[in-house]
Design a protein around this ligand. Structure first.
Ligand code: UT7
Length: 375
């Protein structure tokens, strides 16, 4: 059986940095002290001018290709974990596949909210392990800033926007060793965005569509998450025949530092084996784990042979955990010509797309003429 290895990685966050004080200035009854002491968050990034989530996803995926020195045409599949797609259809993954120039790849979105990236990683790994794919781009990208109620201090201070990506490749060595995914829909109402779907059916009448604003019962999610994170982590540690002592790095979903600390304590993991960057990005939903992975790599906290545990949780309620052994040497720099080659390939993909569009339009015109003349 083939294993799935992470051979490339990348992240992209918007330029706009928003500190905790910005919410006080907006007139919200909150403080930097409350937000930072209760969540660990100091700042987050928000997109501006309606920038779509596919923009962030494409940049992260391009970096992952660069690190792996891979060609977009090598990709068999693009899986994009997101709960904030560009539009209802087509899938945002299709935009990403197209803009990367990944002409051979299938593409689909996966929505497991904040747990989405680990779900997508497990799904991509299964495709590789079954022999159906050799190279799978797995992206986690979200822009929850589009769905926040700026009057609700219990939610709007928690989230940020961003994207992270990894390239999975078939390998003879593990790789991903074990994964678990779970769902408990009885808790669906604890964290949700009600509007935008068929329940709030509009029959084309936008005003009838329910409000697409995030609501959450924070304390209940908090209690459930601390327990679930450690349970799911324990499961994949056992299934990969590891002991807790053999875990080198714990990469949990970045929602709240207190949740992370409490889960690590339940597992018996010392602080130095736990990665957190919730202070700088807030909760970026499906992007939080791949962004954390990229930053852990850049801080020299990931080495060949390390055993790593990834755990996530979120709306659904859904959760996922995964154990992997890191197998890719960290390149000190990307080969000089790789970004140039990728830029060229992206331009070529744009050109191919323009030609295809033109071809389609010409065919349609000829077809119409023939029909008219025939009729
Ligand atoms: O990806 C999954 C996404 N969700 C999560 O991870 C959320 C998990 N839950 C949490 O992180 C925490 O429950 C929160 C950060 C949301 C809330 O922290 P908490 O320690 O559970 O506070 P609480 O909800 O029990 O609220 C305590 C007090 C309340 O005031 P009263 O009723 O005691 O007067 C809240 O209204 O803190 C108040 N409060 C705030 N005060 C200032 C809640 N949010 C704020 C705020 N600023 N932003």
């Amino acid at each position: 059986m083939a294993f799935a290895q992470i051979v490339g990685w990348g992240m992209h966050v918007p330029d706009k940095v928003v500190g905790n004080d910005a919410f006080v200035k907006m007139g919200l009854d909150t403080s930097d002290e409350w937000i930072s002491s209760r969540t660990g968050i100091h700042e987050r990034r928000f997109v501006e001018n309606g920038q779509p989530v596919s923009d962030l996803a494409v940049e992260a995926a391009k970096q992952a290709l660069q690190v792996a020195d891979a060609h977009p045409r090598d990709l068999d599949l693009v899986i994009l974990a997101t709960c904030t797609p560009d539009q209802i259809m087509p899938s945002t993954a299709s935009f990403v596949q197209h803009r990367l120039g990944a002409d051979r790849a299938g593409a689909f979105d996966l929505n497991a909210a904040c747990a989405g990236f680990v779900y997508a990683l497990a799904t991509g790994a299964a495709q590789i392990e079954s022999g159906r794919a050799k190279n799978v781009m797995v992206v986690g990208a979200d822009e929850l800033s589009n769905h926040l109620n700026w009057q609700d201090r219990t939610t709007c201070v928690l989230f940020g926007d961003g994207a992270g990506a990894v390239l999975l490749r078939a390998s003879e060595e593990p790789g991903i060793m074990a994964s678990t995914t779970g769902s408990d829909g009885s808790g669906a109402g604890l964290l949700e965005i009600r509007g935008g779907g068929t329940k709030a059916s509009s029959n084309g009448n936008a005003s009838a569509n329910g409000k697409a604003v995030l609501t959450m019962n924070g304390p209940q999610i908090f209690r459930w998450a601390t327990k679930k994170l450690s349970e799911a982590a324990t499961q994949v540690i056992e299934e990969s025949d590891l002991t807790v002592d053999q875990v080198d790095l714990f990469l949990p979903h970045q929602a709240n530092l207190r949740i992370i600390d409490s889960a690590a304590k339940r597992l018996g993991l010392p602080r130095e084996k736990v990665f957190s960057n919730v202070d700088t990005y807030g909760n970026t939903s499906a992007a939080s784990i791949p962004i954390a992975l990229c930053e852990a790599i850049s801080q020299d906290r990931v080495h060949v042979g390390d055993n790593m545990i990834l755990t996530s949780f979120g709306s659904g309620l859904s959760w996922a955990a995964l154990a992997l052994r890191w197998g890719t040497p960290i390149p000190s720099s990307v080969a000089r010509w790789t970004p140039i080659r990728l830029q060229l390939e992206t331009r070529m993909a744009g050109l191919r797309s323009a030609i295809k569009k033109r071809e389609r339009a010409v065919r349609a015109t000829i077809g119409e003429r023939l029909n008219r003349d025939g009729g």
